[in-house]
Every structure is written in structure tokens, then in C-alpha cells.
Design a protein around this ligand. Structure first.
Ligand SMILES: [Zn+2]
Length: 263
């Protein structure tokens, strides 16, 4: 059975870092899932107002509300109502500072929902919030007696040793995952979903619309870099380096008494 069919047949909790990640990475699949619960770890609005201002907003709160509305509009196209959302509301670019707390919130939701699968970001150095979501999911699952199986959608990471972005693929040298080619109808709906994210057009434009990739999550050692060389997010002044992120990850693991071998 394909991973897509398997996920479509199970109850799924999706854990995405930002409102739009679920659409860029899994907008086609979302149309097939029956009543998924979607957790966003961040509210999509950084304390730095650079992104907000670039989108025409002077206040962080207004940018956050605009992104929330974009998300609701997009999910409506996939037949997913606002009652399915469980926002954790850490500030964008800050969730790496709250990974234990995020893991506890996710564990609580998983305990309540008891899904057959949880679908999230890979650990790949694309955005610190994406990696934080991945770690929080692995920590949450490690804390449960019978955790759901963890699956991943492809997000984005550095393209080789360049500062360019690579979307729609997992890191080279790893399990490439299952390529899902979307039908014309699902492609059209995904395009309409993507169009809802007016403030994120530039980023979403870089995601493939005709296909998506999924895989079972590998075991990770989050205290090691996801790949050699510069991480994609180290190209930006977001107050986070790979070294600092791994230090925060080690602290979260240690405080929860979980060894990296368990993840
Ligand atoms: Zn994101």
C-alpha cells in the first residue's frame, strides 16, 4: 500500500510549524484526509516586523490574524473546518526556545485524539521552527506508551552547498520517500489553496504544485547537524544558528530524560 493510501485510511494529526506549511508541503494530501487535526506550532508572525511590513502590516498582531485567515480560507477548499485546528501559538522564529512545552502540548493532543499517524516536517535545517516541530513530535511520541507512527512531508532545505532553496525533496543521501503525482483536479485545488496565502506568495511559489513527497520518519539524533555545511536558515538573520539549535535540542532531550537513541 502506498503511504498516501495508508494516511488517507487512518486518522491523522498534522504538525506544521507555520500556517501555510501544511498547504505547500501537503495540500494535495490534505484533500484526501478525513477530518485531520492540524497543529501549528507557531502563529506565523515573528517579533521582528520585517515580514509583516513586507506584507503591508505595521503590527505583528495584524499580520498574525491575516495569516490565520489565509489558512482558514485555504483549508476550507480542502474541506477542513476551523474546529480541526489546534494552534500552539508560539511566535514565528521562536518555537525552538519552547520545544519541551511544544512536545507536552502535542503529546496531550495525541493522547486525546489517538490518531493512527502523525505527519510533520523532516529534520533538515530549512527553518528552525520546522526542525523544532520535528523534534517536538518525536519527543511527544517518545513520551507515549503506544505512540502513532510518524510520517514526514518534504519541506525545504539548502540546495547542496549553495544558499539556494530546495523544495519538494528530502535531503540527498536519505530515503527519498514516496512521490505522489497529483491529479489535475487535486492540482487545481492545491493551486487555489496556495493562492489564499497572499502574504506568503513568494515562498509558496517555490513549492511544486504537481507532486508531493512522503516517507516514514527516520530515527534522528537531533544533537547532530542534519547535513554538513551551512544550513539553509543560517543564511538569514533569524537569531538562530545550527549550533545554538542543537544546544537547545540537547537541553530539551536532557530535561525530558530521553536519550537521542530513542528518537
Ligand atoms: Zn514553514
Amino acid at each position: 500500500m502506498s503511504i498516501e493510501d495508508l494516511l488517507a485510511g487512518r486518522s491523522v494529526v498534522v504538525v506544521a510549524a507555520h500556517p501555510d506549511d501544511e498547504t505547500g508541503s501537503a495540500g494535495g494530501l490534505l484533500q484526501r484526509l478525513s477530518d485531520p487535526i492540524i497543529i501549528h506550532t507557531t502563529d506565523g508572525a515573528p517579533y521582528s516586523l520585517a515580514d509583516a511590513r513586507a506584507a503591508g502590516f505595521e503590527r505583528r498582531e495584524d499580520y498574525m490574524l491575516a495569516r490565520r485567515q489565509e489558512l482558514l480560507n485555504a483549508l476550507e477548499i480542502a474541506g477542513i473546518g476551523p474546529d480541526r485546528l489546534r494552534p500552539l501559538q508560539f511566535a514565528d522564529q521562536e518555537s525552538s526556545l519552547h520545544m519541551e512545552q511544544a512536545a507536552a502540548c502535542i503529546a496531550k493532543i495525541l493522547k486525546h485524539v489517538r490518531p493512527g499517524a502523525v505527519l510533520t516536517h523532516p529534520y533538515e535545517g530549512g527553518h528552525p521552527d520546522h526542525d523544532a516541530a520535528a523534534l517536538a513530535v518525536h519527543l511527544a511520541c517518545a513520551s507515549l506508551p503506544s505512540p502513532p507512527e510518524i510520517f514526514e512531508f518534504s519541506s525545504y532545505h539548502a540546495a547542496g552547498s549553495t544558499a539556494a532553496i530546495e523544495t519538494g525533496r528530502f535531503l540527498p543521501g536519505q530515503e527519498p520517500g514516496e512521490l505522489v503525482v497529483l491529479s489535475a483536479a487535486r492540482r487545481e485545488s492545491k493551486r487555489r489553496m496556495m493562492d489564499c496565502f497572499v502574504t506568503q506568495r513568494r515562498m509558496l511559489h517555490q513549492f511544486p504544485i504537481d507532486s508531493e513527497r512522503y516517507r516514514r520518519a527516520p530515527a534522528y539524533d537531533f544533537t547532530q547537524p542534519p547535513h554538513s555545511g551551512k544550513l539553509f536558515y543560517e543564511n538569514f538573520d533569524w537569531g538562530m544558528t545550527g549550533e545554538r539549535w542543537r544546544h537547545l535540542a540537547a537541553e530539551a532531550l536532557q530535561s525530558l530524560g530521553i536519550t537521542t537513541a530513542a528518537l
